[in-house]
Design a protein around this ligand. Structure first.
Ligand SMILES: [Zn+2]
Length: 411
């Protein structure tokens, strides 16, 4: 951890995929992990280790990290803070090294969800037991999620975090589960939490009031001002429960470019240039278009029409553009085939496959290898029900064994 530095933990593969009406195929989740790693994001909350249809995907992704297909990113599983779940997670996903353990801490949720079956002391005990179990099973990084922290009494939050710290948790996740905070309240609360407990804090903010990014950076500022580690939870294109989470691209830009953060608070080493690629891939995978006015990647983010603006922009782009489009990976011309088009899918043959593979400059050792990859590409199309992208095809060709595992789901 570097002083004054904010780290990104992306939760698209957990919060994003649990969103109503939306989901990702396991291959698509894998591509997001690979793209997040390319960008330099420190950790991806990559799924649910006790959910059976995730098992092959999770194990294969840990394998990919092990063999160097992912270089820097850590992959963390999301769990309820229940001893039995932690045990099951490490049984199903033995190479798991990072976990986030979640339990509600607000009076509303403790009463509203557990009725009279669980009270405050029980919550603390369960969380501590889950942390101990995770450590015993070999977890290297443990985050504890205080669900609905923004509606909990601050004394309760501090007591909870202190217990987590005593049991060796590495980070406390401040969950603004309902998006109830504003930048001022979250700043105050995180400052109190940081000062009292002195442990790294994750900001997990929802967008119900349209303030997820603002709250995240305000909370991170408070953590740093207090001298504790600061982590922001993001999702690609802000996709998450209900109105969503803090958008990855906007959060990166807010820290790098806003007047109060620029040069004072640093972002971990993240390649902003790859934002365009990951946002567009997620849009395709989720089948959710990027809004016209989305920061950095929206169609209008660098578009000008009215006289005064155009005149000003043409004279000096800094008149009306805060940063350059090239910084977020834009500026290239995307080619769309308007003539004959060969695609690959679940019923493709070797000729069509070779045509497409040739365009992507993929080379195969021999005919047998080409057939093997074609077979996996067919399954990829069955699996995603979308045309296989260039990135997906290259991944499959390079890591066929893991691709096979990732796409294997048996009820
Ligand atoms: Zn959430």
């Amino acid at each position: 951890m570097v002083k004054n530095t904010i780290y990104i933990i992306d939760v698209t593969n957990r919060d994003g995929v649990q969103t109503s009406k939306l989901g990702l195929a396991k291959l698509e989740k894998t591509m997001l992990n690979l793209y997040l790693d390319e960008m330099g994001v420190s950790l991806s909350e990559f799924g649910f280790p006790v959910t059976r249809h995730e098992t092959n995907y999770l194990n294969a992704n840990l394998e990919l990290a092990e063999i160097g297909a992912m270089k820097r990113i850590r992959l963390s599983g999301w769990l309820r803070a229940i001893k039995g779940d932690v045990e099951e997670a490490f049984r199903l996903v033995p190479k798991l090294k990072d976990v986030n353990l979640s339990i509600p801490i607000s009076k509303q949720m403790i009463k509203g969800k557990f009725r009279d079956k669980l009270r405050w002391e029980g919550i603390i005990d369960m969380m501590c037991e889950a942390v101990d179990t995770a450590r015993e099973r070999g977890a290297a990084g443990i985050g504890v999620n205080a669900e609905d922290a923004s509606r909990a009494k601050i004394e309760k939050l501090i007591e909870f975090a202190e217990a987590a710290k005593q049991h060796g948790a590495d980070r406390i996740r401040y969950c603004d589960t309902l998006g109830y905070d504003d930048p001022f309240t979250i700043y105050e609360r995180i400052k109190m939490l940081g000062e009292s407990v002195g442990m790294s804090i994750e900001l997990h903010c929802h967008n119900d009031l349209g303030m997820a990014v603002a709250n995240s950076v305000a909370g991170a500022k408070a953590a740093i001002d207090t001298g504790v580690g600061a982590y922001i939870n993001t999702t690609v294109n802000g996709i998450g429960e209900r109105a969503g989470n803090a958008d990855l691209a906007s959060t990166i830009l807010a820290v790098k470019k806003s007047s109060g953060f620029e040069n004072k608070y640093h972002l971990q080493d993240i390649d902003l240039n790859r934002v365009w690629k990951i946002c567009n891939y997620a849009s395709l995978a989720f089948r959710v278009p990027i809004p016209l006015n989305q920061a950095a990647v929206g169609n209008n983010a660098f578009a000008h029409e009215s006289g005064i603006h155009v005149d000003g922009t043409l004279k000096d782009s800094r008149n009306y553009e805060l940063y350059d489009y090239t910084e977020v990976g834009r500026g290239h011309i995307e080619q769309i085939e308007t003539g004959r088009l060969i695609t690959t899918g679940e019923y493709s043959g070797i000729k069509g496959f070779k045509n497409v593979a040739g365009k992507y400059k993929l080379k195969f050792r021999d005919a047998a290898e080409a057939r093997e990859i074609l077979e996996l590409v067919r399954y990829a199309n069955v699996h995603t029900q979308k045309p296989v992208t260039e990135g997906e095809m290259k991944f499959i060709a390079q890591y066929p064994e893991q691709a096979r595992k990732i796409m294997s789901v048996q009820p």
